[in-house]
Write a protein that binds this ligand. Structure first.
Ligand SMILES: [Ca+2]
Ligand SMILES: [Ca+2]
Ligand SMILES: [Ca+2]
Ligand SMILES: [Ca+2]
Length: 356
């Protein structure tokens, strides 16, 4: 009887583990989707635009340490990305892709070289930055309603809590009177890390106020040298397990702290590990000594790094280069449309030259 019971308990434990694994897998599959969802919510809800996002267009890692799955699309399409998302009609997309091809092919010889692709990637990355500057104008206006060009941490904190559903007047009153704010633990954690980031974005001489430019680097650390370092530090802090401020492969292919319950799931998720391993060994660890330093990670994450852009260009070409001439022809780019634009073209092979 007792034996029976034990076996029952064992089965029960096994199914619990299985359930946990399934849940963990689900969670793990989520980050990339979550961030695109977050972006959408942010653009539809103005108050969310005052919050730094986990996902940054044209940056190879998300803030939570996950690889940016859309990176190649982002640097290939630039600000035209949304058009491809909204308009899924293959015919139109095909036409657009052909137009893009003729622009990437700068010397108009009918094929795209690594150099041409590199130039294009730099241009498209710049577009994402210009977009960020434009959006930042609106976000800054939302946190600086009196328009004096400066925002204090307290003002921002009130706006942030208001966006989380707190009563803005009430919070503002409490902050003004230096009263304690009763917020849940999770919100407090976010507040603490935002505060850290806020003071990092305050350029010397530190006046504890952010102007529009500083606010831009608060929301978009990728284009400011100091903030890029800060972002790298945050990511290393999350992934580094032995505290030496460097990353080994095993640290890099483990999930960030706080998601430890995914460890087992991660071990069996071969794709996830394989992709990260490849990225670690072939790209991030540039001197190939098996260790990723903060400097290496910073180089890797810098969107305006020309060397990275050339590497990315070569990688992109290699994916679709069927005739192995280290260049991309129109046929190749149309065939691999999903890789470049995220949308499939079923009739890629038909009448490629029809539009000319
Ligand atoms: Ca060319
Ligand atoms: Ca380490
Ligand atoms: Ca290294
Ligand atoms: Ca080719």
């Amino acid at each position: 009887m007792a034996h029976e019971k034990r076996r029952c308990g064992c089965l029960w434990t096994t199914s619990l583990v299985l359930l946990a694994l399934c849940l963990a897998l689900d969670v793990q599959a989520r980050p990339a989707n979550m961030s695109s969802l977050k972006d959408k919510q942010a653009s539809s809800k103005e108050e969310n635009e005052i919050l730094p996002q986990d996902h940054l267009n044209g940056v190879k890692l998300e803030m939570d340490g996950h690889l940016n799955k859309d990176f190649n699309k982002e640097v290939f399409l630039g600000k035209e990305m949304e058009e491809f998302e909204e308009d899924s009609e293959p015919r139109k997309n095909r036409k657009k892709l052909i137009q893009i091809f003729t622009k990437v092919d700068l010397n108009q010889d009918g094929s795209v070289s690594a150099k041409e692709m590199q130039r294009w990637i730099m241009e498209k990355t710049q577009e994402h930055f210009e977009e960020a500057v434009r959006e930042n104008k609106l976000s800054f206006r939302a946190v600086d309603p009196d328009g004096d060009g400066h925002v204090t941490w307290d003002e921002y904190r009130v706006k942030f809590l208001a966006s989380k559903g707190f009563d803005e007047k009430e919070v503002a009153e409490k902050v003004k009177n230096n009263e304690e704010l009763k917020v849940d633990e999770e919100t407090q954690e976010v507040l603490d890390s935002l505060k850290d980031r806020w003071f990092q974005a305050d350029n010397p001489p530190a006046d504890q106020l952010l102007n529009e430019e500083e606010f831009l680097s608060f929301l978009h650390p990728e284009h400011s040298r100091g903030m890029l370092k800060y972002m790298v530090k945050e990511i290393v802090r999350d992934l580094d397990q032995d505290g030496d401020k460097k990353l080994t492969l095993s640290e890099f292919i483990s999930l960030p702290m706080g998601t430890v319950e995914n460890q087992q799931a991660q071990d069996i998720d071969d794709d996830w590990v394989r992709e990260r391993k490849k990225e670690f060994e072939e790209v991030i660890d540039s001197n190939r000594d098996g260790i990723v330093t903060m400097d290496e990670l910073e180089e890797y994450m810098d969107p305006m790094n020309e060397y990275n852009a050339l590497n990315e260009a070569k990688q992109m070409i290699a994916v679709a280069d069927e005739n192995q001439n280290r260049n991309l022809e129109l046929e190749e780019i149309l065939k691999y449309s999903e890789y470049f634009t995220g949308s499939k073209l079923m009739d890629y092979a038909r009448n490629v030259h029809e539009e000319f």
